[in-house]
Design a protein around this ligand. Structure first.
Ligand code: PRP
Ligand code: URA
Length: 212
């Protein structure tokens, strides 16, 4: 249990193990990328637990039976550039038919305010279910801005999947978007004076793309 009703903490031994490797300052970028993919894939299993399904007829080699298929709104993954890109492959491994939109947001290192530079999602957002992907929820500014952009275009069904969340970001998300559930692999202690999550894992984009 956490004091954040908008947080679903996905705490599985495999995820905890991989998150600890991910956080390690000595983990090289090849392994870092592989871990982000693996953790995202494991998280996708839990994040999609509540999706509706419906009965469908299946013919096995022996007889007809009632099976199931996912129903309702079609899924769209929306990585927040850059670091969210690292999570796409893992989620697509479980949901290969999902569409992928892109939102470019960079955090101004001085003001910590989000600056949007790209927005491209499939038409008719109202008929889709969006899963916003970003490894880090720090102040929550970037995720809030991305979600506000989706809502402004008509989206009504949105989830946020991140690897590391901070209490500050969760509170900001609850205030700005109380309808959006946050799925995270970890809830860390706090932000430091530079807006980094501690203990955290450092700058996720830099570690993924080798721009340290
Ligand atoms: C990082 C991270 C989030 C954001 C989190 O991206 O991937 O998008 O910061 O911080 P916030 O919750 O305080 O907004 P960054 O802006 O460094 O861009 P990058 O992914 O291109 O490195
Ligand atoms: N962005 C990151 O990549 N890491 C943090 O700790 C905070 C914001």
């Amino acid at each position: 249990m956490t004091p954040h009703p908008n947080l679903t903490l996905i705490s599985h031994p495999l995820i905890r193990h991989k998150m600890s490797l991910l956080r390690d300052v000595d983990t090289p970028k090849k392994l870092f990328r592989e871990l982000v993919t693996e953790i995202s894939m494991l998280m996708a299993y839990e994040t999609t637990r509540g999706l509706p399904d419906e009965e469908t007829r299946v013919t096995t080699p022996l007889e007809e039976m009632t099976g199931y298929r996912i129903a309702g709104k079609k899924l769209v993954l929306v990585p927040i550039l850059r670091a969210g890109l690292g999570m796409v492959e893992g989620v697509l491994r479980l949901i290969p038919t999902a569409r992928v939109g892109h939102v470019g947001i960079a955090r101004d290192e001085e003001s910590l305010q989000p600056v949007e530079y790209y927005f491209n999602v499939p038409p008719h957002p109202e008929v889709h279910r969006f899963v916003v992907l970003d490894p880090m929820l720090a102040t929550g500014g970037s995720a809030s801005a991305a979600i506000a952009g989706l809502k402004a275009r008509g989206a009504t069904s949105i989830m946020l999947m991140c690897l590391v969340s901070a209490p500050e970001g969760l509170r900001a998300m609850a205030a700005a978007h109380p309808d959006v559930q946050v799925f995270a692999a970890a809830l860390d202690r706090q932000l430091n004076e530079r807006g980094y999550i501690v203990p955290g894992l450092g700058d996720a984009g830099d570690r993924l793309f080798g721009t340290l």
